[in-house]
Design a protein around this ligand. Structure first.
Ligand code: SAH
Length: 348
């Protein structure tokens, strides 16, 4: 299949336009139509001659179809998007007064199988292409009728196991759509070798590492793939990331009642992070179907945060958004590609 146009740089678009025997300025028009106006078909490009549009009308732009939208009372909207092969992913738009954040997916499902994450429990189908990642940001921008200011790679999938497409998507989001690198966060549970590989690109994005436990034994219980990536090695790679990019790393820690939320876990976490340019984001567990974990109470969450701060570790509790529509962290799930989707919106 021809590579979709969405996701290509200005230079790549110029090469394509010229290969079609058209003048280079048509590439600038195409760039604007793709990234500013969000065209879905080349037929919509009204400043192109009709004859040429008809000639190239079947070249794929690379936009996905919105299969369903569901909104939570806090204004969060979850979109179910279908790619050309019918596989679907979820993406979430999270508005606040001064920000519009998109939580993007990087894969259909996820190969990491973390025990507390709905995506991990729903299996893995395939990587997303650059166009499918960029499409999610355009879809949220169009849905909300305002510009996206922040992007977090915290939807479905493990971004670092689709690193090539993710890095290219980062370049497009920054260079072609105009979202600041510092406004973009990539979250990873850790894939051996990939944090160092990402560091070599020297991007100014924020790297968030899903730690969830202060030692290897507990981490391995929650994250089966941690078996091949000892926590010490993961932290060493994070130190390398800070040195190479001069950016702080943030750590995510999902709090599971009576599993990893005791004050002694906070002290152990503080000990392994001492001297590190970091910030810890605490995420109270969002319940998912079929998992035996529980969300700790507010007081326990605050006590964990206080214990970290007492040990001089910068920490904050992530506000839960979209919980009512199963759009919160870890609740995104792979759906069947047949179009038979469960109607969560009926629960509003
Ligand atoms: N694969 C990436 C992105 C995952 S989602 C990663 O692992 O970092 C972003 C965060 O939500 C991760 O820290 C993830 O571990 C966390 N998370 C997953 N399931 C959750 C749940 N049920 N409740 C709260 N946080 C969860």
């Amino acid at each position: 299949m021809t590579t979709p146009l969405l996701g290509q740089s200005a230079e790549e678009l110029r090469i394509w336009v010229e290969s079609q025997g058209q003048p280079a300025y048509r590439a600038q028009q195409l760039h604007r139509w793709l990234y500013q106006r969000g065209v879905r078909s080349l037929m919509e490009i009204t400043d192109w001659p009709k004859a040429w549009r008809e000639q190239v009308h079947s070249v794929p732009v690379g936009r996905s179809q919105v299969v369903r939208e569901s909104s939570a009372p806090d204004g969060t909207i979850k979109y179910l998007l279908a790619g050309a092969d019918g596989e679907t992913v979820e993406t979430v738009g999270i508005p606040s007064a001064e920000r519009l954040t998109v939580c993007v997916s990087s894969q259909v499902g996820c190969p990491m199988a973390c025990r507390f994450c709905a995506t991990g429990q729903s299996g893995f189908a395939r990587n997303l292409g650059v166009h499918e990642i960029v499409d999610q940001v355009l879809t949220v921008q169009e849905g909300f009728g305002r510009r996206v200011s922040h992007v977090v790679f915290m939807g479905m999938g493990e971004p670092l196991s689709n690193l090539g497409a993710v890095v290219q998507a980062l370049r497009v989001l920054n260079g072609d759509i105009g979202i600041g690198q510092r406004q973009i966060t990539v979250s990873t549970v850790g894939v051996p070798g990939q944090i160092r590989r990402l560091a070599t690109h020297k991007l100014q994005i924020t790297l968030a590492v899903s730690l969830h436990a202060p030692n290897q034994a507990l981490r391995f219980k929650l994250i089966p793939t941690a078996q091949h990536y000892p926590i010490e090695e993961l932290l060493e790679d994070c130190r390398d990331y800070v040195e190479t990019t001069h950016r702080r790393v943030s750590f995510e820690y999902t709090l599971l009642a009576n599993v990893n939320d005791e004050p002694r876990h906070a002290r152990e976490l503080a000990a392994i992070l001492r001297g590190f340019q970091s910030h810890v984001n605490l995420i109270p567990y969002n319940p998912i179907e079929g998992a035996e974990y529980e969300r700790p109470g507010e007081e326990r969450v605050r006590a964990f945060e206080r214990e970290l701060i007492r040990h001089k570790i910068a920490a904050s509790v992530r506000q839960t958004r979209g919980l009512e529509e199963a759009a919160a962290c870890g609740q995104l799930r792979r759906r069947s590609p047949t179009g038979v989707v469960r109607t969560e919106s009926a629960r509003i």
